[in-house]
Design a protein around this ligand. Structure first.
Ligand code: CNA
Length: 313
């Protein structure tokens, strides 16, 4: 189906309309982004001043996307490893907005949460696997770029926090074993004329290197996980009855295109600090998403409990 910019449905405008839709609808699609985790101290990418990209620009990295570019990673993983600690989750807390999505699930209303987040906090909040699509993968696992050995993501957190490149242990063992084995004697090649400083590099060429571990997050230049496309097209696009988009600037395709691909009679709600213009949402609720979802729940007559929500709100 061709992508179009949907017509806004005039009958839905206010926060009360949004609360009524939440109460009435049964198959809700929730699309989330980095904004739902910022209240936990994990910066998003694009917020002015507080976003991770602003910090990179201040450091002189004018194209912040290169930190998450697969070609750059393969050329020099140090860029990623020296900077990624800032967006690493502590995996101990989730936000009131995560709790809101869990509440939708508990009420039997959550069809699918498509998250662009890589912090895996949806799992901590108890979102069921079959209702969760991690569109950009997550830090939950890591894979060797060379031998494809997989480890739990937490195994490389110490390296990320220490800002050192994480190497594959089986690769290292294999290299150590090969080096310990007796070698056939090699004839020394005739010395070539060369610049003196290149001698170290030339020696390194012969030394096998272990593979670099990469967290299972989707870098720019990589394919999105298959379940993203199949679940959206085969299951959700024609069966959800409400879409709620929370805490995302909707700048990264193909997720940015999802709201425009849904049938136009499905009401679209947007909750975020900054408005978007490339999608016609029926209702835009601008502000802290945690505050907005607390207010929505109150208006819907639902109790949302979370350690960060003052009791009696
Ligand atoms: P983004 O482009 O940085 O946009 C974030 C949006 O959230 C902006 O529109 C902000 O205005 C808004 N926002 C920030 N804080 C709040 C808040 N407390 N309440 C309401 N709105 C808020 O991030 P996107 O998610 O749109 O971009 C997709 C990228 C970001 C994905 O590839 C992610 O992997 C990546 N990312 C993820 C995390 C994480 O997992 N926590 C952190 C940083 C970046």
């Amino acid at each position: 189906r061709a992508c179009y910019k949907r017509q806004k449905l005039v009958q839905y405008n206010t926060i009360n309309d949004a609360a009524a839709l939440l109460r009435d609808r049964k198959n809700i699609m929730v699309i989330t982004g980095a904004g739902i985790s910022t209240s936990l101290g994990i910066p998003d990418f694009r917020s002015k001043e507080t976003g991770f990209y602003s910090k990179l620009v201040e450091m002189g990295i004018n194209e912040p996307e290169i930190v998450f570019d697969i070609e750059e990673f393969d050329l020099d993983p140090r860029t990623f490893y020296t900077l990624a600690a800032d967006i690493l989750p502590d995996l101990k807390h989730y936000s009131p907005t995560h709790a809101f999505i869990r509440l939708l699930q508990d009420k039997g209303k959550l069809q699918t949460n498509y998250t662009q987040n890589i912090d895996n906090l949806e799992e901590l909040a108890g979102i069921e696997k079959e209702r969760l699509i991690q569109c950009h993968g997550s830090f939950a696992g890591a894979t060797c770029r060379k031998c494809k050995h997989k480890v739990p993501g937490a195994d490389i957190f110490a390296d990320i926090r220490a800002k050192r490149v994480s190497y594959c242990k089986p690769c290292k063992l294999q290299i150590a074993a090969a080096q310990a084995a007796p070698k056939p004697k090699k004839r020394k090649p005739m010395p070539q004329r060369r610049h003196s400083s290149s001698s170290d590099d030339d020696m390194d060429d012969d030394i096998p290197q272990p593979g670099v571990m990469k967290p299972d997050i989707t870098f720019f230049g990589e394919q999105l996980p298959n379940d993203f496309f199949t679940t959206f097209t085969d299951r959700d696009a024609n069966s959800v009855d409400l879409v709620v988009v929370i805490g995302t600037s909707l700048k990264v395709a193909p997720v940015s295109e999802m709201p425009n691909y849904l049938p136009k009679d499905i009401p679209h709600i947007y909750i975020s600090r900054d408005p978007v213009e490339h999608v016609n949402f029926d209702i835009q609720l601008l502000g802290s998403c945690d505050d907005v979802v607390v207010d929505l729940c109150r208006r819907a007559g639902w109790e949302l409990t979370h350690e960060m929500i003052p009791t009696g709100f």
